[in-house]
Design a binder for this molecule. Structure first.
Ligand SMILES: [Fe+2]
Ligand SMILES: [Fe+2]
Length: 164
């Protein structure tokens, strides 16, 4: 699979930045799909988004793509715990993720849109930017692969981040 070396560095840089400037590392504590943590899932989605964007050869804000993807599930709770507030997790977590992210880091409009719209069509408002559509697609691909416990390419090809 093609993977631009500059994009690999970009992904690692943004993981580092978020680790320093937010509670991003806390996402290691929460499981997303199967054995995959929210942290791993977020990196998988960022990596897959980069691959899709490279293949599509369209004008892309790669940094916003990566930052939005890394923060798209920044809701910071265990949605598997049966609590009343988690019952509508699929519909509500994009806004919670956006609120959490905005409390800690500055986001541009693309990054906000990526986070807020990534569950489309479950949430009704469609993504506005190409980057948001890409992350929406990457999220669904990764969710299926993680649920079925496929080995993620990122674990072999990228040194990005902690693999816990
Ligand atoms: Fe999500
Ligand atoms: Fe996700």
């Amino acid at each position: 699979m093609y993977y631009d070396i500059n994009h690999k560095f970009l992904l690692e840089e943004e993981i580092y930045n978020l680790s320093k400037n937010s509670q991003f590392d806390k996402t290691k504590l929460y499981k997303q799909h199967g054995k995959t943590s929210v942290y791993e899932h977020s990196i998988n989605v960022a990596y897959t988004s980069l691959l899709i964007a490279e293949k599509m050869s369209i004008k892309t804000d790669f940094r916003s793509l990566v930052r939005g993807a890394l923060l798209h599930d920044y809701f910071l709770y265990d949605w598997h715990v049966p609590e009343k507030t988690h019952m509508l997790h699929g519909f509500t977590h994009p806004r919670k993720a956006l609120e959490n992210a905005l409390a800690e880091v500055d986001l541009n409009n693309r990054e906000k849109d990526i986070i807020l719209k990534h569950m489309f069509p479950l949430t009704p408002v469609p993504p506005r930017y190409a980057e948001s559509w890409i992350v929406t697609a990457a999220d669904k691909i990764c969710s299926v692969m993680e649920t079925l416990n496929f080995k993620q390419t990122i674990k072999k090809d990228s040194a990005a981040g902690d693999k816990t």
